[in-house]
Design a protein around this ligand. Structure first.
Ligand SMILES: Nc1ncnc2c1ncn2[C@@H]1O[C@H](COP(=O)(O)OP(=O)(O)OP(=O)(O)O)[C@@H](O)[C@H]1O
Ligand SMILES: O=P(O)(O)OC[C@H]1O[C@H](OP(=O)(O)OP(=O)(O)O)[C@H](O)[C@@H]1O
Ligand SMILES: O=C(O)c1cccnc1
Length: 482
């Protein structure tokens, strides 16, 4: 990263008023456990992809109020002087566990857990959520689009239609982790290493006296990366013929056959098939066809079903805004507190909607992967001090319909949440973005196709251990809800 922006004040005001309240009520140092989890996979998908952790690490490491912040808060007239003084030395001193970026995640399981003194744990909620929510949303959407392209590269083209600078930059980052081949966004490459590249705009073609001169000039300037936009005037009557002429006159004499055209309007199936035929007849069999124009996973799937001859896709607005479902819905909920003598007291949040009742206590998440098929079987949420013994058969049950039971054998149990901060100190070495991208692809490979399909995906099991289930039931009973 080039520069560190301090986002300490990017909190919801109630985090400060509650902090001031905890401070004045003598609860500042009470240790709390909060979980981040989400409830629904966007677009009715079978899984989501976690992203945004690196920005959270950066935020936590740089947490501090400066004199201007303190003066501003004093002016609000609601904070006591002792609390403002406390904020002067405010740092994060707690623990954080999280799933690595690129991990496939499922509803209701913790994807990040915070253990920290009350004020600190409460204070970081908004920044944590906004990062995980945004980048997980874009990673999830991007991965759907990438999968719909069935191995053909997808470039992220959305900066110009993104919702603000972070929407563009961090969206490009998340899309790369999730499988996009690169981005049109130059700064996203410089900052995060998502490879930047691109083609040309219609204005380039319009700037020249004629289309052929525009193409020829571009090929002369960039002989090794010429992708010519062929739809400014008429794709089949002028765009493709002029591109063929430019390739033949400028590139072929140099022995360069690696070139491309881009289609950005009209019927992409019809035009790509016709263009393919024309290129092949001209001997340009290696010339690739790129398509763009308000694409998403459904249109791409449709184009390929129709037999479109498209080699790669540029996808902008519908990816970078996750247009079809623009909210990820991750939440931050209190799961437990400590009583001062090291005992963990589980806490629950009740709702009329059973799906919204939280899972109490300090927890771990295991992913069970079959040694036989190599596929993920289920995730199991346990108490923090439970260990899954994967050398023995394990019976799991549906937490909402406990008579539905299944025994798993011959599996490997892998913990998903890894330590990120210990006593305020960073203990995690972030992988490179390329490693995250490779990890993401490998983890998605563990999922059955049934979980990955777009329509009515198979419901992946996220179960509770017996001990955790018992504690949840006991808390529900206490609240008269059982
Ligand atoms: N064969 C196809 N099957 C399904 N959808 C397609 C096909 N070809 C193109 N599309 C999609 O249809 C939509 C057409 O958009 P639009 O109505 O703006 O037409 P256009 O060709 O872009 O027109 P314009 O010349 O104004 O740019 C885009 O989202 C595009 O990706
Ligand atoms: O449709 P999207 O998925 O968002 O993909 C990005 C779009 O952005 C560009 O169009 P724009 O009209 O902004 O500029 P141009 O003149 O270069 O085509 C490009 O040609 C794509 O159509
Ligand atoms: O490089 C491109 O072709 C490009 C970049 C941004 C938006 N649309 C297209």
């Amino acid at each position: 990263m080039k520069s560190h922006m301090n986002y300490t004040m990017l909190c919801d005001f109630y985090e400060l008023t509650m902090g001031n309240g905890y401070f004045q009520s003598g609860m500042a140092d009470q240790i709390c456990y909060f979980d981040v989890f989400f409830r629904n996979v966007p677009d009715g998908g079978g899984f989501a992809i976690a992203a945004g952790l690196e920005q959270i690490i950066d935020y936590i490491e740089n947490l501090c109020f400066d004199e201007e912040d303190i003066a501003y808060l004093r002016k609000k007239g609601v904070f006591c002087e002792e609390f403002l003084e406390y904020l002067r030395n405010f740092r994060f001193t707690g623990d954080i566990w999280a799933v690595p970026e690129g991990t496939p995640i499922f509803p209701r399981e913790p994807i990040l857990t915070v253990r920290a003194p009350a004020i600190e744990a409460q204070f970081i909620e908004t920044y944590l959520l906004l990062n995980l929510n945004h980048q997980s949303l874009i990673a999830t959407k991007s991965n759907r689009i990438v999968r719909s392209a069935q191995g053909r590269p997808v470039s992220e083209f959305g900066s110009r239609r993104a919702q603000g600078t972070d929407g563009a930059l961090l969206g490009a980052r998340a899309s790369y982790i999730a499988g996009c081949a690169g981005t049109a966004c130059t700064l996203a490459d410089e900052l995060y290493g998502s490879p930047a590249g691109g083609t040309m705009a219609h204005s380039w073609v319009q700037m020249f006296p004629d289309e052929y001169t525009a193409f020829k000039t571009y090929c002369e300037l960039y002989p090794h990366s010429a992708t010519l936009l062929v739809d400014t005037y008429n794709v089949l009557k002028s765009g493709v013929p002029n591109a063929i002429r430019a390739f033949k006159e400028v590139l072929l004499p140099k022995g360069i056959t690696n070139c491309a055209i881009r289609l950005d309007s009209g019927d992409l199936t019809y035009l790509s098939c016709k263009a393919r035929q024309m290129l092949d007849e001209a001997g340009l069999t290696e010339c690739k066809i790129v398509a763009s124009n308000s694409l998403d996973e459904y249109i791409i799937r449709d184009l390929l079903l129709q037999g479109a001859k498209i080699d790669s896709f540029g996808v902008g607005e519908r990816l970078i805004t996750s247009k079809s479902e623009p909210v990820f819905g991750g939440v931050y909920k209190l799961a437990a507190v400590e009583d001062g003598e090291g005992h963990i007291i589980p806490k629950i949040k009740i709702s009329e909607n059973p799906a919204k009742i939280t899972n109490p206590h300090f927890k771990k998440v295991y992913r069970l992967v079959s040694r036989y098929s190599g596929k993920a079987l289920a995730d199991l949420i346990t108490l923090y001090d439970e260990t899954v013994d994967d050398s023995r058969p394990l019976e799991l049950f549906d937490p909402d319909a406990t008579w539905k039971r299944k025994t798993f054998t011959d599996f490997e149990a892998k913990e998903l949440l890894v330590p990120i901060f210990r006593n305020g100190k960073l203990v995690y070495q972030s992988p490179t973005i390329t490693e995250m991208r490779a990890y993401c692809a490998a983890q998605i490979d563990l999922l059955w196709d049934e979980v990955k399909r777009f329509e009515n995906p198979h419901n992946y099991y996220v179960d509770l251990s017996q001990k955790l289930w018992d504690i949840k039931q006991a808390l529900l009973k206490e609240q008269g809800r059982e």
